[in-house]
Design a protein around this ligand. Sequence first.
Ligand code: 0X9
Ligand code: ZN
Length: 434
Amino acid sequence: MRAVRTSLALAASLGATLGAAAATSYSGYKVFRLSASTAGSAEVEDIISSLGLATWENSLGRTGVVDVVVAPHQLSAFESRVTVAESSDITTRAPEIIAEVMHEDLGASIDVEGNFAEVEGKKPTVDDTWFDSYHAYDDHLAFLDDLVSTYDNMSEIVTSGESIEGRNITGIHFWGAEGPGKPAVVFHSTVHAREWITTMVNEYMAYTLLTEYGSDADITGFVDAYDFYIFPVVNPDGFVYTQTSDRMWRKNRQEASNNRCLGRDINRNWPYVWDVPGGSSTDPCSETYRGEEEGDTPEVQGLFGLLDDLASTDGLKLYMDWHSYSQLFMYPYGYSCDAEFPNSSEMGTLSRGFTQSLEAVYGTQYEYGPICNTIYQVSGGSVDYVGDVSGADYSFTAELRDTGRYGFVLPPDQIMPTCVETWAGINYLLQNIK
Ligand code: 0X9
Ligand code: ZN
């Protein structure tokens, strides 16, 4: 896995050189899930690097599976080196490498999600229909504003700082009967710009906790016990870029000195175990570029400022950084597969409970465990920082739906079910943390 991550460099440079002027069209692009036997792994790495393919979830090292985006002009070269799953012809050169089609036409799948180059111009309503579709960035801000005006005696808009392009990192803070000042629960999402389902799920958490406060006894208890801080989009520049220019953008939009490639991975930039080799990239063109110095993204600076402040004042009970996709629930550490987090056995028990509660709703299965052993090594990641440096009582991260049928381009009809099942997991967690 570690070696293969470097091949993301090519994909990133492709995206970065396109510039902001013309939107990237994915018409005719296909997305495949490649599965390789151990013997076929090197061949898969070679296919990715020689064709310069963009990769989505890359679990080659752990599971032998990687999802790749193939442009129309690369299709014949690609298909000559793999066995496409539906094909009855198994006489291709590398029969041990199976390519299953995830998106027959990525451009068409993106059209199903909706087109957000312009603001919808319709006022968001604080009701369930919000979760029937994805939304433009400004409408997400309006949704939070609407929540606050509906619940103005128990909530406020907060910001953790500004992005590199000067947008506020906007969140909602709310509290219960005794007013603000209780230990904090902090959720944030859309660290990676293309992980749109996470925005919706975090908004659903805020929506559910506020609309059911006073009628659902459990929820009333949660909101009375904790101050909630929910930041649905902590990478607003990247998110806007996915809606105007390139749906598949991941990083922030920060320039590197003397380099044509743009963007730092916000989840490789946290100022703790940042320079541990293997868990990030030093190449500005890589999708996992860690930055020039630890903590040199304004997005991360604002977040750890807020988290450290909360931890040293009212207390930081629970922190969660929400991602997609792969259906995983995880806790520290990311930087090492050998180091063990102090209360990892309780974290494991809570993770099992989360996944069982989630599965009980629609049967969606999650795996769980420490980050490094469950997905891959991550240096400079958020949850290691917040667990060890801020000192949150509980620090988790999740990868939401799906496992790869649609990946980042999850159809709108899965938004509500994803929200509802994830809520069941969070409900369990809030009941069971101490
Ligand atoms: O690579 C990542 O940053 C995360 N996976 S993703 O495909 N969404 O990019 C996993 C990182 C583990 N989570 C944290 N350290 N928060
Ligand atoms: Zn992510």
